[in-house]
Design a binder for this molecule. Sequence first.
Ligand SMILES: [Mg+2]
Length: 247
Amino acid sequence: MNLPVAVKRLVDRRELLAPIRGIVFDKDGTLADLSARWFPLFVHIVNELCDDLDDRIALSVVLGVRDDHLVADGPAAVKSEAEVKSLAVAYLVDRGWQAERASRRYDAACVTAPFGPLTPIGDVAGTMRSLAAAGYQLGVATSDSRANTVAELDELGIANIISALRCGDDETIKPSPQVLLGIGEAWSLTPPQILFVGDSLQDAETARAAGCLFVALVGPGSSPVAANTVVVASDAWIQSIDELIET
Ligand SMILES: [Mg+2]
């Protein structure tokens, strides 16, 4: 993939990571493949709510669902459950549905929606253990719900290593800088001591607003356009979190 040469790959870890004492990770698209996990779920929701093809296409565009993947930085990829639901309900209301019926049908579609496999990007558990052993504080800041996030971190084998967790059903959510500033307070670290690793422009904006360093993850499912956008907004880019440790 051709990415801007002006933005460096993470080759000199020592220089970039020298001031860093804590690392916060986005979850979907950073620790695990975004579309593999979430695409089947959103396709199901769209199909449950729409009777004809035109309607399905229109709602898919609203939510950021494409032929076989979720659009990077689209609502389904980066927004909280409540935010995505309100977009879907607003679409249905616009199509003549009553808001209460739309809300009920959306909730019912979620109950039966299937997750795809949770596919780590790289050796997530091994890298997290190495970073913890090297003395870094480790956190996760995601737009996903806390219940699902805790279950997934457990499945990834890193639940007991993560000392700070901020989720989409918390009071403060990305892109508010308070998400990272709050973690910094909990860790007694200043923003320049914290690195945020994420795959979306929303993650880059969250880090920038908080005054934290930002490393972009260009994963296996990243489109060239989306990858370029987030890489330009980053301090460095990697293809998996494995690149954060010396090999
Ligand atoms: Mg993400």
